[in-house]
Design a protein around this ligand. Structure first.
Ligand SMILES: C[S@@+](CC[C@H](N)C(=O)[O-])C[C@H]1O[C@@H](n2cnc3c(N)ncnc32)[C@H](O)[C@@H]1O
Length: 250
């Protein structure tokens, strides 16, 4: 999402007290930290939500968020709106090259030496799925289309429900391919239209998606048994204590 206000809608103006309340609420529920200079961002992103909820003030909106009937869905929508989902296939070339050339071969060798043929990878805060699908393609390149007897699972999780929905659909436009070589684009995507591409089934088969909030200690505690965890461009949104708490789960 951009920081620009939506056309035709007056921007919400948060008073210092309202900003404090919503900021505290978001921090408590997700660890997301909005510094003073990010107030405009919350104002831009929350205007539509307040309007849709029929709330005229932030206090009313916070009451809705606390309500047993509508609170859960409203919270999901709020977290969806205030998070930044920028991503793309093959986003960090050097990291992925290191994974492909060094980390993955070592992992496979080590597991094989212990008589194990099961590989578990977690893409934590995967947004719309480009990162876990990229990892799936790299693993298919390493193991071949039949995986050579390996049992491979890649888990993609994110707090934003709309992103997980999009990830499961596995349909993308050219914008998501901005760092992708033609080799991977041609091999692992079906062309659906002029600017619509779907990740092929062989890539999708290895990946499973779910909504997961890093601040959910119980569910984070159950994320165990991974040989590699990718958590790129996500920890920047948290302060130091929250970062530490989340990373301790890894
Ligand atoms: C910029 S994207 C990074 C996507 C991908 N890892 C990449 O590097 O391309 C950051 C993601 O972090 C997610 N996120 C933010 N707060 C989160 C939280 N508390 N728990 C889980 N995911 C969170 C956002 O929804 C967003 O999709």
């Amino acid at each position: 999402m951009t920081g620009a206000p939506e056309l035709g809608r007056p921007r919400l103006q948060l008073s210092p007290r309202e900003f404090g309340r919503i900021r505290e609420f978001l921090y408590e529920r997700s660890g997301l930290f909005f510094a003073e200079n990010k107030k405009y961002l919350l104002e831009n992103r929350m205007s539509r939500l307040l309007e849709a909820a029929g709330a005229t003030t932030v206090d009313e909106y916070l009451t809705l968020l606390a309500s047993p009937a509508r609170g859960r869905q409203a919270l999901m929508e709020l977290l969806d709106a205030v998070t930044t989902h920028e991503t793309s296939f093959f986003r960090h070339r050097t990291q992925l090259e290191a994974f492909q050339r060094q980390v993955l071969p070592q992992l496979l060798e080590g597991l094989k030496a212990r008589g194990r043929r099961s590989l578990r990878i977690w893409s934590a805060a995967c947004s719309s799925g480009e990162e876990p699908y990229t990892l799936s393609m790299l693993i298919l390149e390493a193991l071949g289309p039949t995986l050579g007897g390996w049992d491979v699972r890649i888990y993609g999780t994110d707090i934003a429900q709309s992103m997980i929905r999009k990830a499961k659909e596995a349909e993308y436009t050219k914008y998501s391919f901005r760092g992708t070589s033609p080799y991977y684009a041609q091999k692992y995507f079906e062309v659906l239209g002029a600017d619509r591409f779907r990740v092929k089934d062989e890539v999708r088969r290895l990946v499973e998606f779910g909504i997961l909030n890093f601040a959910d200690d119980l569910r984070m505690g159950r994320m165990r048994g991974f040989q590699a965890i990718f958590c790129r461009n996500a920890l920047i949104y948290f302060d130091k204590p929250a970062k530490q708490k989340f990373v301790d789960h890894f």
